[in-house]
Design a binder for this molecule. Sequence first.
Ligand code: THU
Length: 137
Amino acid sequence: MNEKKLIEKAFEAMEYAYVPYSHFRVGACVLTSDGNYLPGANIENAAYGSTMCAERNAVFGAYCRGYRKNEIQALAIVCEGKRPAAPCGSCRQVLSELLDPKTPIYLSNGEITIEKTIAELLPMSFGEEDLKEEQGD
Ligand code: THU
């Protein structure tokens, strides 16, 4: 797995961020198991809560093309801040649903790169197991 290329692709995706409010650009890229690079960038909104983060756009884009967690090799999330951007709480919840717990996630600002998994970023997550019926009441 060429993490350097994946991070470069995420920086290319960052160019398309739409950030008139925060001016904070974030890029993301999913690498699929058949070798496709699927980009995402943060897209903001005047109704701030309607903003969508870069990593969710990238992973939703992969799912919209029919890829599922077993076909996602890796995810990169990049920004131009002093330190790599860590995914927000909503993104962690979405990634815990849509990525395999062991899939590598590279967080980078171009200087520092940190490798994590969603299991590390969101321990004790709420998921489909919690909605199964046999739990008593
Ligand atoms: N943002 C992302 O796109 N991903 C992250 O991991 C952190 C935050 C965006 C949301 C918003 O457009 C801007 O960064 C500032 O919060």
